[in-house]
Design a binder for this molecule. Structure first.
Ligand code: ADP
Ligand code: MG
Ligand code: MG
Length: 213
């Protein structure tokens, strides 16, 4: 999905939706270990709404920033739950960070992801190591920035960042949850990856694969 062709937000979010749907049961199982088990259902429902919103926006001539804003708003409304609001902010603020830029380069995306991660932390109050989505987002953000600064193109930078997110998501199995529902049954979650970190890694990996097409 060449970022200069139309409908790119629809295409990357559709790829993300397919991955989330393929892993819906596993995400639910991970969320049921120490919390309420609804993460797979919630993120699938949210991503479906995000795809519809992006498709409508792009068909009406919206650019990437507006399509991401619409997708984020739709996701937050449809998904519900802590992760719905947080994913909604990530999408919307990534869009806001790209507004007015002449071209979507690796550096532009790195800047937009910096902004989105900042807004994410403002909303959820998580700190690194608390076993949340942030533990996959931070390595993603840092790697994307490093790759952009080293001169990597958008697709390569994104794929490296997605790999960092996947490794980090798996590594959350070693952490003890301190934020969100799972904090109350923290001990139970030992040895299991955080559901939100896992879905984040699935989403950015699917987006990276789509960018390569
Ligand atoms: P809920 O807990 O409302 O049922 P989900 O099950 O959809 O929401 O999402 C749970 C995931 O949300 C967790 O695995 C964690 O990654 C993320 N999460 C929850 N609270 C926070 C927070 N305050 N900051 C960052 N991430 C959070
Ligand atoms: Mg849940
Ligand atoms: Mg819930």
């Amino acid at each position: 999905a060449d970022a200069t062709r139309g409908g790119v937000v629809d295409r990357v979010l559709t790829a993300a939706l397919e991955s989330v749907e393929d892993n819906e049961e596993e995400l639910g199982r991970l969320d049921a270990v120490a919390a309420d088990g609804d993460h797979g259902l919630g993120i699938s429902r949210g991503m479906r709404a995000a795809v519809v919103a992006a498709r409508h926006a792009e068909a009406a001539g919206a650019g990437v920033p507006d399509a991401l804003l619409r997708a984020g708003t739709a996701l937050a409304d449809a998904a519900g739950g802590a992760s719905g609001a947080l994913y909604g902010v990530l999408l919307a603020e990534t869009g806001a960070g790209l507004r007015g830029l002449p071209e979507i380069t690796a550096g532009a995306l790195a800047g937009a992801v910096d902004r989105a991660a900042h807004a994410f932390v403002q909303l959820g109050g998580a700190e690194p190591g608390e076993k949340t989505m942030l533990d996959a987002i931070e390595p993603f953000r840092v790697t994307l920035r490093a790759e952009a600064d080293a001169g990597s193109g958008l697709e390569r930078a994104w794929r490296k960042a997605a790999l960092a997110a996947s490794t980090a998501a798996a590594d959350t199995a070693n952490l003890v949850p301190a934020k969100g529902r799972a904090a109350r049954l923290a001990e139970k979650s030992k040895g299991h990856a955080d559901p939100g970190a896992t879905s984040f890694a699935l989403i950015v990996t699917a987006v990276g694969e789509e960018l390569g097409k």
